[in-house]
Design a protein around this ligand. Structure first.
Ligand code: IMP
Ligand code: MG
Length: 183
């Protein structure tokens, strides 16, 4: 059975995602001109977005990865996400960091990661998220994303890196699963 048979609806096609990523890449390339850009992808959800976004960046840049475990159940986040520092650099004081994230949901993960990177001495920390679900934001969260691909309604989406129970990350588009799959 094909994975696509599990889909209820497609929200963003491969082509729509390409256009969104190209727009973000152009904007970031302009804004970070002359800066020392380090793009940090948050594993694992943002690897697909990162791989496409970095190829739309026209200025010199470096990439690295961080891990944040935020999920214990299949669709609900734990209150306090845990940062796993796997960065290659110990000293990040020379970098203007761009955190590359798949989705901004409650915002707790990015809040935690940004303050972690600032505490570690980053010159600056900017957030780029492909998707934003503003309806889900924790009122205690103060960070705001500078770059947003597009906003989404309060629904659990999969594909293009985003998973449900570690599956569907390899779908080239973003959509929602049939209700019986989530249950
Ligand atoms: P936050 O800390 O609540 O903002 O959670 C962010 C993380 O939750 C993201 O990096 C995703 O891994 C995951 N997440 C939140 N919403 C969704 C969704 O709709 N589909 C898949 N993963 C999601
Ligand atoms: Mg995830």
């Amino acid at each position: 059975m094909a994975m696509t048979d599990d889909m209820q609806d497609v929200f963003f096609t491969k082509e729509e995602l390409q256009a969104i990523v190209a727009r973000l890449g152009a904007q970031i390339s302009r804004d970070f001109e002359g800066k020392n850009l380090l793009m940090i992808s948050v594993l694992k959800g943002s690897v697909v977005f990162m791989a496409d976004l970095m190829r739309e960046i026209t200025i010199p840049c470096r990439i690295d990865f961080l891990s944040a475990a935020s999920y214990h159940s299949k669709t609900e986040a734990v209150p306090e996400p845990e940062v796993r520092d796997i960065l290659m650099y110990d000293d990040i004081s020379m970098f203007d960091i761009l955190i590359v994230e798949d989705i901004l949901d409650t915002g707790r993960t990015l809040q935690k990661l940004s303050s972690y990177l600032l505490r570690k001495g980053a010159k600056s920390v900017t957030i780029c998220t492909l998707l934003d679900k503003p309806a889900r934001r924790d009122p205690a969260v103060t960070i705001t994303p500078t770059y947003v691909g597009t906003t989404v309604a309060n629904e659990f989406v999969v594909g293009y890196g985003l998973d449900f129970d570690e599956r569907y990350r390899n779908l080239p588009f973003i959509g929602i699963l049939k209700p019986e799959i989530y249950n």
